[in-house]
Design a protein around this ligand. Structure first.
Ligand code: C6P
Length: 415
């Protein structure tokens, strides 16, 4: 039988929430762990860990084609995740939920299929200055192959898109706009609805990179009217190696296949292969069954707490952290957009982010330092990288106090 792990109703209390995350009770370098690297990957609640072991101990089997009990149980659990993901982003149908390895694979899938079918010499693709490399490189490769042109929306010093400049870039030559919903380096929430509306007016298709937004914001792909939306489970308390590509049905149907192999075929002969219906057309080979099943548990976990409550808590942390960090002399916050999610990126004059990161790690505090896979954005700000503290539902103000003390001590040591 599939054991369903339960979540208590006490999740509004951050200390009770922390109880669900076993890793938070460990020590690092003899100090209690303070985990502020949630934008890279969030920690996993016990229910998600249990879902993985339940599958391997209770009903491990390959899915879809088996007729035995274990295969049926595994298939049912796997396909339930598709239904939950459909509801999580309000897609119109389950066929529009394609399982991928994560956001990067989702974007690449679109570049290699829709992109190769639709982009021709002289066509234009628009991205922005704040894109993650995963939303730059696939389009660059495509543009080189097709002799197409990559255009970049500039940003202001607060890390907000210059929307007037965006409108100027749009023309009938624009075939695709691929834009990050929430910047992983700045926290900026981009006005994707406006971006999509403007792109559609010139007949362009829009892909939204939801890697950082899906855990914080309410996602409604139908309201947003995006053509594609990609996200990863591991940033929303789920396992690594599993994510979703959502697409409008007519686009997914018209796209050529991505990878060939099992599950994506209807019939194979040496003369001709016919392909499966959506979503299986894009899901070749044995998928990541255990992680997909546990991904549902992660979404249920988030739903049970409620994104609105999570957002409120994280916003409080963001405001508190911003106030506290601004007191540190020489500290410059990079990314001061009016609309931000719960991460603070900063740079301290005359220090290198990596040195600060090492000194914080000595105090058990995990932050991310470097370019965060957004090198062009770092060039825009004229810095080698930032120190990034990104907050999740289980973080506390006390932890932010520890970060501030750690930074003060690090600065004293380094200057
Ligand atoms: N950003 C970070 O520390 P994957 O690796 O495929 O799950 O996600 C890629 C990706 C795409 N877009 C954005 C906006 C992202 O933030 C990420 C992952 C991590 O910021 C790792 S660099």
């Amino acid at each position: 039988m599939i054991k369903s792990a339960t979540i208590q109703n006490d999740l509004l209390d951050v200390y009770a929430i922390r109880e669900h995350f076993p890793i938070l009770s460990r020590e690092v370098k003899g100090k209690p762990l303070v985990y502020f690297d949630n934008a890279a990957t969030s920690q996993k609640p016990q229910v998600v860990i249990d879902a993985l072991t339940d599958y391997y101990t209770g009903y491990n089997a390959n899915i879809h084609r088996g007729i035995h009990t274990l295969a049926e149980e595994a298939t049912a659990a796997f396909e339930k995740t598709r239904d939950t993901a459909q509801q999580f982003i309000n897609a119109a149908s389950r066929e529009q939920i394609i399982f991928t390895r994560g956001t990067t694979e989702g974007i690449n899938l679109v570049a290699y299929t829709w992109g190769r079918q639709n982009i021709k010499a002289g066509d234009e693709i628009i991205i922005s200055t704040m894109e993650h490399h995963s939303n730059i490189v696939p389009w660059q490769v495509l543009c080189e192959e097709k002799n197409a042109i990559l255009k970049v929306i500039p940003i202001n010093d607060d890390g907000e898109l210059l929307m007037d400049e965006y409108e100027k870039l749009l023309s009938p030559k624009t075939k695709l706009v691929s834009i990050v919903h929430v910047s992983n380096s700045l926290g900026t929430v981009n006005p994707v609805k406006k971006i999509i509306e403007a792109a559609h007016k010139v007949g362009a298709v829009v892909l939204v990179d939801g890697a950082q937004s899906t855990v914080h914001l309410d996602i409604d792909v139908q309201k947003m009217d995006c053509d594609f939306f990609a996200f990863s489970a591991h940033k929303l308390y789920g396992p690594t190696g599993i994510g979703v590509l959502y697409g409008k049905k007519h686009l997914l149907e018209s796209m050529p296949v991505f990878q060939g192999g099992g599950e994506m075929i209807k019939e194979v002969s040496f003369e001709k292969t016919t392909f499966n219906d959506l979503p299986y057309k894009f899901e070749a080979g044995t998928p990541n069954i255990a992680d997909t099943i546990a991904f549902k548990t992660a979404m249920d976990f988030v739903n049970k707490i409620g994104k609105e409550k999570i957002r409120k808590h994280e916003h409080e942390l963001l405001v508190y952290a911003t106030d506290q960090l601004e007191q540190i002399s020489g500290l410059r916050i990079i990314g001061k957009a009016k609309e931000k999610t719960s991460l603070v990126s900063f740079f301290i004059d005359k220090t290198h982010p990596q040195d600060i990161g090492i000194l914080l790690d000595n105090r058990g505090i995990a932050v991310r330092t470097g370019h965060h896979c957004t090198q062009p954005l770092m060039h825009r700000f004229g810095i080698p990288g930032t120190i990034r503290a990104s907050f999740a539902v289980y973080n506390t103000k006390e932890e932010i106090d520890q970060l501030v003390v750690g930074l003060q001590k690090a600065v004293k040591m380094l200057l």
